[in-house]
Design a protein around this ligand. Structure first.
Ligand SMILES: [Zn+2]
Length: 351
């Protein structure tokens, strides 16, 4: 008898999170702890009860601003990071790559901000491996992006075991990857892995530049496949270079790039056996967690539990971890399959 509900299965499965923005991941508990106002918390709670497809991006941005407001000192940034790590751990995430853009506030410069995040990662004692990706925001001027890259490279030199990658994020209507490509090449030359938010709007010229750069990963990619507004040339490039894609299902529903979970463009990656991972993007803003995202994949994409386990295992290949760390993560997943999974599915192993 199968005595493992989908919910139990997704919760219990050891998971790999590769696309999580720090500020967007703050929970209600953290917002309260860090002193959010009662009216901000009420707004947050109100949104929690609205189904994902009925939430608007504007509502969600409000939450992002609440998170921003309460993380303007080194102590609050440290506490917020620590809480986010603990929450992913409680969701049985065994490997987490957090990402954030260098920020300066009154009394906290960008380096201090990054140091506060790094300290929280260093102090983590839970059984979850955590790495940091630092983001360049495409809305910023080239000059600011340049300054941020200098800070990122300096910090990477100081914390090479924690700071592993660089990301391009921000409003896709602003800036162009081609103007920033040199900075990303420089980051790569300094040993940073690269991941780029890609095709969040239809922009085949930019997607072409990104895919030809061959980043280590791309994020979202809703408008790459020709059926979703992309073009055949870019899709062929992706099929050849097989850059792994980070998918965030609920995030895409709320931002309106996908109308239904069952219509999500991840289907094209599944059908074409292209590499991908499933992630949360902003678990606080979108009121989700990684187990929930896996449950949506089970429910709406007709994937089996075993296939979800395989997605977790394959995601290890896409991490920015060392080969020793990857071996350990694979070992944990194999052990879980042999233990918990096979015992709970005793008579149903062909699921
Ligand atoms: Zn993102």
């Amino acid at each position: 008898m199968n005595n493992f509900s989908n919910e139990d299965f997704c919760k219990s499965l050891p998971k790999i999170e590769l696309h999580a923005h720090l500020n967007g991941s703050l929970s209600e508990t953290t917002l309260i702890q860090l002193g959010s106002t009662n009216s901000d918390i009420a707004e947050y709670q109100k949104l929690k009860h609205v189904p994902p497809h009925e939430r608007t991006l504007n509502d969600c941005f409000k939450i992002f601003q609440f998170a921003h407001k309460v993380t303007t000192s080194p102590n609050s940034v440290y506490a917020a990071t620590k809480n986010v790590i603990d929450e992913f751990f409680l969701d049985n995430v065994i490997y987490l790559e957090l990402r954030t853009t260098p920020r300066s506030e009154d009394g906290m410069d960008a380096e201090t901000y990054i140091e506060s995040v790094v300290e929280a990662i260093k102090d983590n004692e839970k059984d979850i491996l955590v790495k940091l990706i630092l983001s360049i925001n495409r809305q910023h001027s080239l000059e600011v992006c340049r300054q941020h890259l200098d800070i990122i490279l300096k910090m990477k030199k100081k914390y090479p075991d924690i700071i592993k990658g660089i990301d391009l994020s921000g409003n896709p209507h602003h800036g162009r990857f081609s103007n920033l490509q040199k900075l990303f090449q420089e980051a790569r030359d300094h040993g940073l892995f690269t991941t780029i938010h890609c095709a969040e709007i239809v922009n085949n010229d930019e997607v072409k530049d990104i895919l030809h750069f061959e980043p280590d990963r791309i994020g979202h990619a809703p408008f790459v496949h020709p059926r979703y507004g992309g073009c055949a040339e870019n899709w062929t490039t992706l099929q050849k270079n097989k850059v792994p894609t980070e998918f965030c299902l609920t995030s895409n529903i709320i931002s309106g790039t996908t109308n239904l979970y069952e219509n999500h463009h991840i289907r094209e990656w599944i059908n074409n056996k292209l590499p991908f991972s499933i992630n949360t993007d902003d678990k606080g803003i979108f009121h989700t967690n990684l187990s929930q995202e896996f449950e949506y994949a089970l429910k709406y994409l007709a994937l089996s539990p075993l296939e979800l386990w395989q997605i977790s295992l394959d995601s290890v290949d896409h991490t920015f971890a060392t080969s020793e760390e990857k071996s350990l993560l694979r070992f944990k997943l194999e052990q879980w399959k042999k233990g918990t999974f096979e015992q709970r599915y005793k008579e149903n192993l062909d699921l």
